[in-house]
Structures are given as C-alpha cells and as structure tokens.
Write a protein that binds this ligand. Structure first.
Ligand code: FAD
Ligand code: PYC
Length: 417
C-alpha cells in the first residue's frame, strides 16, 4: 500500500486526487482462517493488526455485521486518559495511552491524537477523597497526574463556575498527557494497516451462529450472512452484543447492556482547550477541531439495546452542565446519538479465554474503552497468539468473577452509571 506523505499529497494533487487507492481491501471471505475476529470496532481491528504486526499471524479475518467503526468506536466522545485506581488497570490504560502517542506514525495514518489534558472535577468531599486516592495510586504506578485546587481548575478551564448552587467545585484530578483522538481515524488507521499486512476485513457479514465441532466441543466455524467460515481460533469483540455472541457459543457473560448517549453543539470559536469531566452532575465536554462542543452525560438507568439518543438525556445532561459551565446555555445543540455499552459489575473489561476451547473474548469496556484500544489490541493479540493470557491481560480474565477477584473501577470509569 502506498505510503501517505506530503509528497503523496503533492503527487495526487497533480492528478486531481483521482489516483488514491482504497484504504483497505474488501475481499470475499475465504472458507477457512487461522483466526477469525468478530467485530470491526477499534478493539477488534487493533487485535488483528497486532496479531499480524507483533506475531506474524496474517491468516486472519475480521468480520463485521455493519461497517467498520460503526459501533461504539465511531460513537464515543474520544477521551483518552489512564488515571485509573487499580494497578492492573493502570498498566493496561497507560500502555494504551503510551501507544497512542506515536500511533499516527506507526500506522501511517493521522489519528489526530491531541494530548490536551483531562480535568476531572471534584464536586463533593467524597469525590475529592477519591481523586486524592487515585492521585497517590497514579504516582505509585508512574502515571503523571496532579490534584488541583479550585483556582488551578479555573485557570485550566476559565469558563467554570466554581460556586455552582448545588455542587461547588472543590478541586480536581488533572492528567496533562490525557486528551483526545479522532475516533473514526483510529478504526480506519488500524483497518488500513492490518489490511496492508494481509488481514481480510469483511464488512456486511453478520455472525449468526457458532459451531463447536472441534475436539471436546472446541470452536470449528462461524456461520454468517455471507456463508460459513471455518477457523482454528475465534475472538469475540462485539461490545454491546457480547452476550448475544456468547449465547451462540454456549456460555454466559457477567455483562449488562445500556445505551450511553452524547451530543454536539453548533460549532463555535475556541472556548475550551482541554477535556473536562464533571461526574457528580453527570456531564463532560471538550471542543472538536470543527468547533463543536462534544458533550456527554450518564448512562441509561435501565438495560436496553437502543443505539440512539433520547430527549430526556439531552435535557438532563445540559441542565447539569450549565450549572458548572454557564456558557453552554447559549449554545444550540446540533445532533445526538447513542451506543450500546457492555457493563461489567466492577467496570473493568474482560480479556482472555472462555469456557469454550479456541474462543477468546474481549469485552466489558463499558463507557470507557476508546482510550484502551491500542493496549487492548496489543495484549489480546498476544493472548491469542500464545494461547495463554499475556501478563497485562491476565488480571482481566473471565474467571475473576467466580474467584471474587474484582478490579473495582467504578470511580475511575467516571461516567455515571
Ligand atoms: P464497537 O466499536 O462497538 O465494535 C463492535 C462491533 O461488533 C460493531 O461494529 C458491531 O457492528 C459488531 N458486531 C456486533 N454483533 C456482530 C455480529 N453478530 N456479527 C458481526 N459483527 C458484529 N470510551 C472512552 O475511552 N472515552 C470516551 O470518551 C468514551 N465516550 C463514549 C461515549 C459514548 C456515547 C459511547 C457509546 C461510548 C463511549 N466510550 C468511551 C466507550 C467506547 O466507545 C467503547 O468502549 C469502545 O468503542 C468499544 O470498542 P469495541 O471495538 O469493543 O466495540
Ligand atoms: O472513559 O473517560 C472516559 C469517558 C468519558 C466519557 C465517556 N467515557
């Protein structure tokens, strides 16, 4: 695949930009692959890319029922940070954040990583205690974060109203190397690089059944809307549909699905140059490169599979935000949407083997998996290649729920559940 560069742009400009090749191949599915990954979201595509890049396994297909990046990966609010409490979380989220730093160069695709800083406000004594504890834990794990005073918070985000009527700002946790990246570009960049290494990405191909005709009931094939595909190993990476796929394979997951919604305002001149989260009032915002305020709130309070927004959420979220960020009240809202997020009880992901021989799983990222995509793909690929959990992935195995070994990240997950 031709390299993207300033020279390539100049060369294409001479030919009226008519010579660009497609970013990834769209092959017909083969009858058999060594590894099949279900779900072309960021996690599935990154897993495929690192299988090929780090482990030389290129006989891989990624099958996607819709279009790649059309699930939560293309619907999220793009916040990247690694300021988690538990050691195992710090390891995987910081691995991911570090990989994001030069991902554009590695993939030869501009993912627009912008380490503009993430400020998580403390608006109750309880929340401030949680941030203080997280700050100490971050320092022990070598993660750069800082506990800030209200005045420092105001300096970082001048539009903050520190003296909100219900929840005054008492301080916050600041991660200067947190930030954002362009969500679609992350999916597209991994897809292009994986395709270039020989991975087949097969869109419009829904998995409808999983066959277990291998020794001892091991996986043997998937049935799809584009025919049967045999495989040695299968990895399920379908976020909000994880329970559906697990049921096809004959096991259950401790995952519940809810809709998480977001909205954007009309584009305006620069008014905020970092990401700010106000978790007590249930709202967060940043500004996109187009000038829109990217705004999100809490998750639905009931389980559902609705991949769309609702009026009640806009009202709740905007009402909460204007208390702390009064200028938001002057903005018209442009559009809203929703994604189906897969929530575990401890708000940590599930990565590793399943009760079915040959089937691996990567799910449970809930409201916070965009930031983890590179690290998750890295260690899921290692787990599949080795047939045993990679060191970073190991704590996140499914067995932790029966062993009572939870990785409680309900505060770091930040979004209200
Ligand atoms: P997805 O991107 O959802 O990909 C799964 C794919 O599987 C989908 O494309 C789907 O079509 C496919 N699939 C499902 N069933 C089948 C089938 N039967 N056959 C074939 N394919 C199938 N995280 C952050 O870190 N920061 C944020 O700021 C953030 N904000 C968010 C805001 C919103 C509104 C939402 C909804 C989520 C947010 N998240 C955020 C969470 C993040 O988006 C997800 O954790 C992450 O994108 C999950 O990626 P994935 O690859 O696992 O899933
Ligand atoms: O995980 O930081 C996060 C997040 C913010 C909004 C949704 N998820």
């Amino acid at each position: 695949m031709a390299k993207y560069s300033a020279f390539a742009i100049a060369r294409q400009a001479i030919g009226w930009h008519e010579g660009w090749e497609r970013a990834w191949r769209s092959p017909q599915p083969k009858s058999r692959y060594k590894v099949v990954i279900v779900g072309a979201g960021g996690h599935g595509l990154a897993t495929a890319y690192y299988l090929a890049k780090n482990h030389g396994i290129t006989d891989v297909a990624v099958v996607e029922k819709g279009w790649l990046g059309g699930g939560n990966t293309g619907r999220n609010t793009t916040i990247i940070r690694s300021n988690y409490l538990q050691d195992s979380s710090a390891a995987i989220y910081e691995l991911a954040r570090g990989l994001y730093e030069d991902l554009s160069q590695k993939l030869n695709f501009n993912i627009m990583f912008s380490p503009r800083g993430v400020l998580m406000l403390g608006q109750t004594e309880h929340e401030m205690r949680a941030w203080a504890r997280t700050w100490h834990a971050n320092r022990c794990n070598g993660i750069e974060s800082e506990l800030v005073t209200p005045a420092q918070g105001k300096k970082i985000v001048p539009m903050i109203n520190l003296d909100g009527p219900r929840y005054p700002v008492l301080g916050g946790l600041w991660q200067p190397r947190g930030g954002t990246a362009r969500h679609d570009a992350v999916a597209w960049g991994y897809a292009r690089a994986a395709s270039d290494l020989g991975v087949d990405i097969i869109q419009q191909c829904e998995v409808t059944a999983i066959d277990r005709n291998g020794p001892g009931g091991a996986v043997s094939a998937i049935r799809t809307t584009r025919g049967e595909i045999a495989c040695d190993k299968l990895c399920i990476v379908v976020a909000g549909h994880s329970g559906v796929l697990a049921e096809m394979a004959g096991f259950r997951l401790p995952v519940e699905c809810v809709a998480l919604q977001a909205l954007v305002s009309e584009p305006v001149k620069p008014m905020i140059d970092c990401v700010v989260m106000a978790n007590t009032v249930h709202g967060y915002l940043s500004q996109s490169d187009k000038g829109e305020l990217v705004i999100g709130g809490g998750a639905d309070g009931f389980n559902n599979y609705t991949q769309r927004g609702s009026f009640q959420h806009i009202e709740e979220t905007v009402r909460a935000l204007i208390e702390t960020f009064p200028p938001v009240s002057r903005l018209r809202q442009l559009r809203q949407w929703g994604g189906i997020v897969d929530m575990t009880g401890d708000r940590s992901p599930i990565i590793g083997k399943t009760p079915v021989e040959g089937i691996y799983i990567n799910c449970g990222w809930g409201t916070g998996g965009f930031k983890a995509i590179p690290g998750s793909g890295w260690c899921t690929a290692a787990t599949i290649a080795q047939g045993a959990p990679d060191a970073v992935a190991a704590p996140f195995g499914l067995e932790r729920f029966s062993e009572g070994r939870m990785i409680d990240e309900s505060i770091a997950a930040a979004v209200a559940h």
